[in-house]
Write a protein that binds this ligand. Structure first.
Ligand code: SF4
Length: 472
């Protein structure tokens, strides 16, 4: 996927003017957070479970090499293959060579954010292998020629009406001439089309939510069952995943699954939790003849021991974006790369470089909701703050912004002067805005007044008010 993270401001302006996007995001705001809250209220031990899940991931990240080696040995001992890939290019080439080894013309795909990260679909298509997304949301955006806008709801930015038109446009040539407007009929139509594809594909590609070190199993959670068909019907199953997904045992995986579904969609568990352990054995009724795990690093091991290490605990539940006021306003495409929302704002600068992704850590009000709902308690605002500091130190931020920060820091270190200056500024602003009670335009606050008025200050500075009310 070609990054447009550098154009965040332009993307945001476009998104804010998109009425259909606003409708779609409005539904998201009323959906996932409400369901998450209900699921958590119904489980008194949720916080204890969350601490347990977090401790498991922390332990794994601190012993990543041990568990990855154990996982790889178990996969190999069961007849599977593990392909260690440092870069997206290596991972893409590996998947292509597996496809070519069996003469694959098509590959069905389950949902995989890592495959988005390595831009797998475009690469396979350019090299003669047609990827077919089978997750309904992914299928919709593949038809639309768009990247996902949410890590668990890739088509969450689309309204029902837009999907009706999309299906009508693409399905007519397959003999489905009636325009379907009801969700059930639309799902049935997509299902009928996709069913045939499962039988035609030589290769099935899935992601993995977890890798189990003790058994060499890969685990996916879905609500549609598409992942099961993708991995059991073709001759070859390729799991495209990344190194931080490993957990020590099946029991550990079960603990994290209990917080994952509740945090993501508000379900107690996802509808399907599917484990794959090696290729088909002689007495198995079905399953692939070959089982490959493409294990991507792509800079993850470089995060170990740094301010970014906590990000490796992420289980891609999407709760941070479901609760983010910025994400709700502008949607996922605005972030311009694979991982949107607060997790993207913290993670994407690592993958893209702070120069290309400098706006993302600033796309936050620091309200702290993301950290408070994160099942892994990842300190997302602190990591975004870290990136702001990096941008400042590397002089990536515009010189005017840096000069403003420097002036602020200079003033803040001189409390007496700071109080005098702010008192004076507030008094002047209060006097200037007394007549209308607000400003339609204000120097240095153009970003604010461009879309809303700035209220004129009333009642003095925060410090003065604090002292007055506390009587100090
Ligand atoms: S950062 Fe936390 S809330 Fe966001 S996707 Fe990752 S685990 Fe979920």
């Amino acid at each position: 996927m070609q990054s447009t993270a550098h154009a965040f401001k332009k993307n945001a302006a476009k998104a804010l003017g998109d009425a259909q996007l606003k409708t779609a995001l409005g539904r998201l705001e009323l959906n996932f957070p409400v369901r998450r809250k209900a699921a958590i209220d119904g489980l008194p031990e949720f916080d204890a479970l969350r601490d347990e899940a977090r401790a498991i991931k922390t332990h794994v990240i601190e012993n990543l090499d041990t568990y990855l080696e154990r996982f790889a040995a178990q996969v190999e001992s069961r007849g599977g293959h593990v392909h260690w890939c440092s870069t997206p290019a290596q991972a893409r080439e590996t998947v292509l060579s597996i496809c070519r080894s069996v003469g694959a013309k098509t590959a069905t795909k389950g949902k995989s954010m890592v495959s988005e990260e390595i831009a797998l679909n475009d690469f396979l298509e350019e090299n003669g292998v047609q990827p077919i997304e089978t997750d309904l949301g992914e299928y919709i955006i593949q038809l639309a020629g768009e990247p996902p806008s949410h890590i668990i709801g890739p088509a969450v930015h689309k309204t029902k009406e837009q999907i009706t038109e999309l299906f009508h446009q693409h399905h007519q040539k397959l003999g489905y001439t009636e325009r379907q407007t009801e969700p059930e009929a639309m799902v049935n139509e997509a299902r009928q089309i996709l069913r045939r594809k499962y039988f035609e594909a030589e290769v099935g590609i899935t992601g993995a939510n977890f890798l189990i070190a003790e058994t060499g199993s890969t685990v996916i959670v879905t609500n549609e069952g598409n992942g099961d068909l993708t991995q059991t019907l073709p001759k070859v199953h390729v799991v495209v995943t990344s190194i931080e997904k490993v957990v020590p045992t099946l029991e550990d995986c079960a603990t994290i699954l209990r917080v994952l579904a509740r945090s993501a969609t508000g379900q107690e568990m996802s509808v399907y939790t599917t484990l794959s352990t090696g290729p088909r054995r002689p007495d198995d009724l079905d399953g692939p003849e070959q089982f490959h795990v493409v294990l991507l690093d792509n800079g993850r091991s470089a995060m170990l021991g740094t301010e970014l290490q906590d990000l490796l605990r992420c289980i891609r539940c999407g709760a941070c974006m479901n609760h983010c006021p910025v994400y709700h306003a502008v949607g996922g495409h605005t972030y311009g790369w694979v991982y949107p929302g607060p997790i993207g704002a913290a993670l994407d600068p690592h993958f893209l470089g702070i120069e290309a992704a400098q706006h993302l850590p600033n796309a936050s009000t620091f309200c702290g909701r993301c950290e408070s709902v994160c099942p892994m308690k990842i300190p997302l605002p602190a990591i975004m703050r870290h990136w702001r500091e990096v941008a400042y130190e590397r002089k990536v931020a515009p010189s005017l912004q840096r000069a403003g920060i420097e002036l602020w820091a200079w003033l803040a270190k001189r409390p007496t002067l700071y109080r005098v200056a702010t008192r004076l500024a507030i008094a002047m602003l209060g006097a200037a805005g007394r007549k209308r009670g607000r400003f339609a335009k204000l120097p240095l606050a153009g970003g604010w007044t461009q879309v809303r008025d700035m209220p004129a200050p009333e009642g003095g500075t925060f410090h003065a008010r604090w002292r007055r009310e506390r009587g100090t």
